[in-house]
Ligand binder design. Structure first.
Ligand code: ADP
Ligand code: MG
Length: 218
């Protein structure tokens, strides 16, 4: 463990870090000396807490292997990773969006005479989604800008995250089906739940209070 006497919290860089800022501020879980792009591990204002600021997709492995005790990560990333080895005690109800199947208007994927090609950053989720309804697809793994793939004939459809739908619209794409709603989750290393029980449950409870307050205010 990286912080045997305290707690290490892994944060997803980018949108989730921005949207979790109000929660982190209220819990004194912001960096003691401010965010520094070059520093990947930062002591928090709260005693005994270290923060890791890493790529969203890296949060599940860090927490699963105990390099971080607690993490904040999108449900999309968690589903793609496969939740094994992690507890998911709390929905933080931030960074809300949904995973969808989308493509050009007027197309019926089921009417294609070959297996539809699906471009996505989420191959496991896409395969599982189409598999559930017995549809065979060919997955093309991409790392960004999925919306481009149907426009240039790389894929028949995409599996991607949508919040407002404006990026889809801007590229002339429409949503075919929703796969699952997505928000950010607190995840906890299973061993830390036992060996650092007091500290881990303390932080879960504090996050839970803030989420409940935010829910009551909404
Ligand atoms: P990345 O560099 O990994 O794409 P982002 O800063 O785009 O990182 O954050 C992506 C995460 O933010 C997703 O895993 C998801 O949980 C969350 N998210 C919330 N709304 C959206 C959205 N409209 N588009 C993309 N990601 C979103
Ligand atoms: Mg992104």
């Amino acid at each position: 463990m990286s912080n045997p006497s305290g707690i290490t919290l892994a944060l997803s860089k980018g949108r989730i870090l921005e949207e979790s800022q109000p929660l982190l501020d209220q819990l004194d879980l912001r960096p003691r000396d401010g965010l520094d792009d070059r520093l990947l591990r930062l002591p928090a204002r709260a005693d005994g807490v270290d923060l890791l600021v890493i790529r969203a997709a890296d949060v599940p492995p860090y927490v699963e292997h105990g390099a971080a005790d607690i993490g904040i990560v999108g449900k999309d990333v968690l589903m793609e990773h496969g939740g094994n080895g992690l507890f998911e005690p709390l929905d933080l109800q931030i960074a809300a969006c949904r995973l969808v199947v989308a493509g050009l208007p007027g197309q019926d994927l089921d009417a294609l005479r070959r297996r539809p090609r699906i471009a996505t950053k989420y191959p496991a989720i896409a395969r599982q989604h189409f598999g559930r309804s017995g549809r065979q697809v060919e997955i093309i793994k991409l790392y960004g800008s999925m919306e481009l793939a149907p426009l240039v004939g790389l894929a028949d459809a995409i599996v991607d995250l949508v919040a407002t739908g404006s990026t889809l619209r801007a590229n002339g794409l429409v949503e075919y089906e929703t796969i699952v709603p997505v928000t950010s989750r607190l995840v906890v290393n299973k061993a830390a739940m036992k060996t650092k029980h007091a500290a881990v449950t303390h932080w879960i409870a504090r996050f839970r209070e803030l989420v409940a307050e935010a829910g009551a205010a909404a």
